[in-house]
Structure formats: structure tokens, C-alpha cells
Design a protein around this ligand. Structure first.
Ligand code: GUN
Length: 288
């Protein structure tokens, strides 16, 4: 079997086009422009790339985009003061503080200082609790993008056996909540899981989110399973360049899977598209 490729790049372009359309109508009919503020502390190169892409795509869909770049030695008090100011700024509907923060800053404290209705990352403890209890919340962008691709590919996910490899707060745990919400039978596997290959092999849906390059080989994948690869790992490539690989060994997995997301061009583009969709949602909720 050769797997269908789930084209996240094309899907994300479609989501962005729909968001842009909605933004244009909001502006024409109600004089409203959704606004996203991104806060970057320090100069982590990977974060710089993410933040640049977010800013560009926010503009492209017609939203108001603000970037706050703070020095690496910014104090917690100064960062909290900036978030407090953004919380009450009527032109800002979404706030994203880029993670990871430098070690001297308490990420939980900073994230939980964001007004939950503006928490377009869905990381605030209130949004985590709302999602966990099946109530209306802001949903973390990466798992939301994965869910959208799975629904698009399968239609109903009801009764499917989903195995998530990785138990992070950002991807693994919210992914489990979302798949449960769609009536999957969900297992969260991790580095201590016994017989991990056997657990993964039983899955109809595998979501790999461990951050370890090509950790999941094709012989862990059940025949015909759908594989969603969240990993974005940078390895040294030819001529001093970096090569991006996922958490799944794509070549061997594509031989047995029914469908698979590539890296790059799978989950990655969907994450920013969902951030824009969340910002639009936050703006609409704020304005009734
Ligand atoms: N760093 C890497 N991915 C993310 C994300 O989705 N949100 C935030 N805030 N920081 C990140």
C-alpha cells in the first residue's frame, strides 16, 4: 500500500482563504478588524521564524498584526505589564506569548495572566479546563489543525482507535480531549509505555508528537492507519543546510499507512491557519 498524502499546505491555504473572506465581511458590515498581538522575548532563531510567519500571514488575511519583541533579560513584571495592557486593548482580540520563554520567566504565570477570551493559543488554565469538560473554549492550534485534517479525510471519527504518542500540554493532552470529543477510543502513549510498538500498531489513527526525529518507524504502523506527524525536527543536511524531519520515519510509514501527513507541509501550516481562525473566533465572540 502507498499512503494518501494529507496535504496540510493546501488545506491551510483553504482555511486562510475562508478566514480572509470572513474578515473582509466583518470589516465591510461591522467596521471590525480582528487584531493579533504576538510577544517574543529573546532571540531564539526558531521562534523568530514562527513569529515572522505569523505576522506575515496575519496581514495577508486582512487582520491587524502587532509584534512586541522584548530583550532576553526582560523582567517578569515588565512582561506581565505588557500582557495586562494588551488584555484591555480593544483593538487586540488575540494574544500569543511565544514559547519557550527564557528560564528566568515563569511561563505558567505569564500564560495565565492572559485574558482567557484573548488566549488564542488555548493554553490558559481556564481554557484547558473548559476543553477538558467539553465546554466552549479556545482550542490549541496544533491539535485543532490535526483534528480538522482527520475530519476532512475520514468524515466521522466515531469509534476509531486513536493513539497519541506524546503527553505534552500543548499537543498530546488537548489532542486526546478533542479526539474523545469526536468519540474516538483514545490512548496517550509516552516514553514509559510498555510495548509501545504494539500499542501504536493497534491504532486506526496515530498522532506522533514527541519531538524526536523519526522515532516511529513504519513497522509500528498498522496496515491502512492514518498517521498525523506533529514533529518538526531540524537535522544537519547536505551542504551545511538543515533538513526538516518529523517524529515518524516517513518513507517506511508511507508504505503501510492508509494516509500520512508529510513534514514539511503537513501539520505545520495548519497550526498558523488555526491561530488565525482562533483570532477571528475571539473577535466575533468579543463583539457578540
Ligand atoms: N512555540 C512553539 N509553538 C508554539 C505555539 O503554538 N504557541 C506558542 N505560544 N508558542 C509556541
Amino acid at each position: 500500500m502507498t499512503a494518501d498524502i494529507i496535504d496540510g499546505k493546501a488545506f491551510a491555504a483553504d482555511v486562510r482563504a475562508r478566514v480572509a473572506d470572513h474578515v473582509a465581511r466583518l470589516s465591510a458590515d461591522h467596521g471590525l478588524t480582528p487584531g493579533l498581538a504576538v510577544v517574543l522575548v529573546g532571540e531564539d532563531p526558531a521562534s523568530e521564524v514562527y513569529v515572522r510567519n505569523k505576522g506575515r500571514q496575519t496581514h495577508e488575511v486582512g487582520m491587524h498584526s502587532v509584534e512586541h519583541r522584548l530583550p532576553v533579560d526582560t523582567s517578569e513584571a515588565d512582561l506581565l505589564a505588557l500582557v495586562a495592557q494588551l488584555n484591555v486593548d480593544p483593538a487586540i482580540h488575540g494574544i500569543l506569548v511565544q514559547l519557550p520563554l527564557p528560564d528566568h520567566l515563569n511561563s505558567d504565570l505569564v500564560i495565565n495572566s492572559i485574558e482567557p477570551a484573548k488566549d488564542v493559543d488555548g493554553f490558559h488554565i481556564s481554557n484547558v479546563g473548559l476543553l477538558g469538560t467539553g465546554q466552549k473554549s479556545m482550542v490549541p492550534c496544533t491539535p485543532l489543525g490535526c483534528l480538522m485534517m482527520l475530519r476532512h479525510h475520514h468524515g466521522s471519527l466515531s469509534g476509531m482507535n486513536a493513539v497519541i504518542v506524546g503527553r505534552s500540554n500543548i499537543v498530546g493532552k488537548p489532542m486526546a480531549q478533542l479526539l474523545l470529543g469526536d468519540s474516538c477510543t483514545v490512548t496517550i502513549a509516552h516514553s514509559r509505555t510498555k510495548d509501545l510498538p504494539e500499542v501504536v500498531r493497534r491504532a486506526d489513527i496515530v498522532v506522533a508528537a514527541v519531538g524526536r526525529p523519526e522515532m516511529v518507524p513504519g513497522d509500528w504502523i498498522g496496515e491502512g492507519a492514518t498517521v498525523i506527524d506533529v514533529g518538526i525536527n531540524r537535522l544537519p543536511g547536505e551542504g551545511g543546510k538543515t533538513r526538516l524531519v518529523g517524529d515518524v520515519d516517513y518513507a517506511s510509514a508511507a508504505e503501510v499507512a492508509g494516509a500520512i501527513t508529510p513534514v514539511p507541509g503537513g501539520v505545520g501550516p495548519m497550526t498558523i491557519a488555526c491561530l488565525l481562525a482562533n483570532t477571528l473566533t475571539a473577535c466575533c465572540r468579543a463583539n457578540g
